[in-house]
Design a protein around this ligand. Structure first.
Ligand SMILES: [Zn+2]
Length: 523
């Protein structure tokens, strides 16, 4: 009945249910005030007691049916450390002089059968009539419903007309009782959920999940070891200029370490024989990968693994809540690499490897990949073309390398509808791109409802790039970043990992990447 708090190693955690998690934190506007709704925590014991003692005796008797002095240390501690997976206890807090003060609590206690639960609320006198109790019932119903609870019940003292009125308003029915007796209400959880929207609209209550925004960045001189030879656009020099700019960013940007990807992680995306081929080409001192136009040196296999690993590390940091967004300045790039073929300066497809890692290690289901490199990410498209759980959307210059982009390619088989190519005319500017973003890209991502957003961040779509023919500015990248954040906030708790792809004018690359990273941080 109650889902386990953590799944076993062989069982994928549920990616997304329609139900709410008691531990989610929500920012809620009641009337003119901003409040935080969250589960009670062990540190709330004193706050909880202060809340009780700030009420008059009458209120406590009426709401809880016992004198307020009963809220002693032991009882308060029991309530704040309750098992939220079984008997959730939520608080509505207001920040007063940097301290979180409790304004209302709502909880349910599961009955033995596991199908019914008793609900109880206490709202502070100062914040009555703005809908807190109604909000809490609805929130508890959202938590209860996926746990298989079908009915709430509550006892209401005869003089507590407000509470009785609320229970009736959310579909509750009272058992018959004499006028001066306690009445027991029974309230269908589905009834509460049905009336929820109307109630929130009437009381003008707005909610959004609280996102603690923090941005991680990753850069490392190890990537300079991938030597592509003289006069190659994808050079270590290009990287040095970018890294110097990133190093200048203040300490608020969390520096994320790298790690080398394991072969097993690469093999989630690439065929074994292709991985082996890369290794052998490097061992044999080849100057090019035999599968295509990708210059290599004797360090390239390792550096490519470092790049994939750093992206996985950034993904893990976001999933652990250490940061909400991250930018990985890695090379070689990845989006042209298919499961079986390196090309276009790419060896392993880091973004694709990250998508599979999110699904297999973190149990997420739907991953959206937004690719704004000037070139079409043929590798990423090819890898996920039949996958309904990975949305690939590419903005790129029309009719250009690698000549794989078709605006009518919407995916194949089960993946029909989860691929979108948006070709932009040569010489077009950021405005054209942003218009296409609103008209085509955004509706697609909204319909898909991703659990995580990955960005293939190429900056060769910027003006003055020696390879690209688009004329985007730094502001174009900043605006696209802000729009990604809006989407990520709406669908996936703000989770974004962005990975460097192209960008071959070193100064232009550095300045566009900095605009991107600053926008990631500012939200
Ligand atoms: Zn490119």
């Amino acid at each position: 009945m109650i889902p386990p708090s953590d799944s076993g190693p062989h069982e994928k955690p549920q990616a997304k249910s329609d139900g709410a998690d008691a531990r989610e934190r929500l920012r809620v506007k009641f009337g003119e005030g901003d409040y935080l709704v969250r589960a009670l925590e062990a540190g709330d014991m004193r706050t909880l007691q202060e809340f009780f003692y700030s009420h008059n005796e009458e209120t406590i008797r009426m709401r809880y049916g016992y004198p307020r002095k009963w809220m002693n240390d032991e009882d308060a501690y029991k309530l704040v450390t309750v098992d939220q997976e079984k008997d959730p206890a939520l608080g509505i807090f207001q920040e007063v002089e940097g301290k979180q003060e409790l304004r209302a609590i709502g909880r349910y206690y599961l009955d033995q059968g596991g199908k019914r639960a008793e609900i109880a609320f206490v709202v502070h006198e100062d914040t009555r009539h703005i809908g807190m109790a109604g909000f809490l019932i609805a929130r508890l119903a959202e938590i209860a419903e996926p746990r298989g609870i079908t009915e709430f019940w509550a006892s209401v003292l005869p003089d507590n007309r407000t509470m009785a009125g609320l229970f009736v308003a959310v579909g509750g029915k009272a058992a018959k009782a004499a006028l001066d007796e306690e009445r027991t209400f029974e309230i269908g959880v589905d009834e509460v959920l049905k009336s929820r929207k109307k109630f929130l609209e009437e009381k003008k209550i707005e909610t959004k999940e609280e996102i603690q925004r923090k941005t991680g960045i990753h850069y490392d001189s190890c990537y300079e070891r991938h030597d592509t030879g003289e006069d190659h656009p994808e050079s270590a020099d290009r990287y040095r200029v970018l890294m110097a700019a990133l190093e200048e960013l203040p300490a608020e940007f969390v520096r994320l370490p790298g790690r080398m990807a394991k072969v097993s992680e690469v093999l989630r995306v690439h065929e074994y024989y292709y991985h082996d081929l890369v290794w052998r080409d490097v061992e044999e001192f080849a100057e090019q990968l035999r599968t295509g136009d990708t210059a290599i040196c004797e360090e390239s296999y390792e550096v490519a693994l470092e790049a994939s690993g750093a992206v996985l590390n950034a993904v893990d940091a976001v999933m652990a809540g250490e940061v909400s967004t991250a930018f990985c300045a890695t090379r070689p790039p990845g989006h042209h690499a298919t499961a079986t073929r390196g090309m276009g300066f790419c060896i392993f497809n880091h973004v694709a490897i990250a998508a599979r890692h999110l699904q297999e290690v973190h149990g997420l289901k739907r991953i959206a990949i937004i690719d704004w490199d000037v070139h079409h990410g043929n590798g990423t498209e090819d890898i996920f073309i039949e996958d309904p759980d990975v949305l690939y959307v590419s903005l790129h210059e029309h009719g250009y390398y690698p000549h794989t982009a078709s605006d009518t390619q919407r995916g194949q088989g089960a993946g029909e509808g989860t691929n979108l190519n948006i070709s932009l005319p040569e010489g077009s500017d950021g405005e054209t791109a942003l218009l296409a973003w609103s008209e085509k890209l955004e509706p697609e991502v909204n319909a898909f409802q991703p659990d995580f957003i990955l960005i293939s961040a190429g900056f060769d779509s910027r003006m003055d790039d020696p390879i690209g023919g688009l004329r985007w500015t730094d502001e174009t990248f900043a605006e696209m970043t802000r729009r990604c954040i809006v989407l990520a906030d709406r669908w996936c708790r703000g989770r974004i990992v962005s990975v460097l792809e192209g960008g071959y004018n070193p100064e232009g690359l550095a300045s566009a990447a900095i605009a991107h990273v600053k926008a990631l941080e500012a939200g």
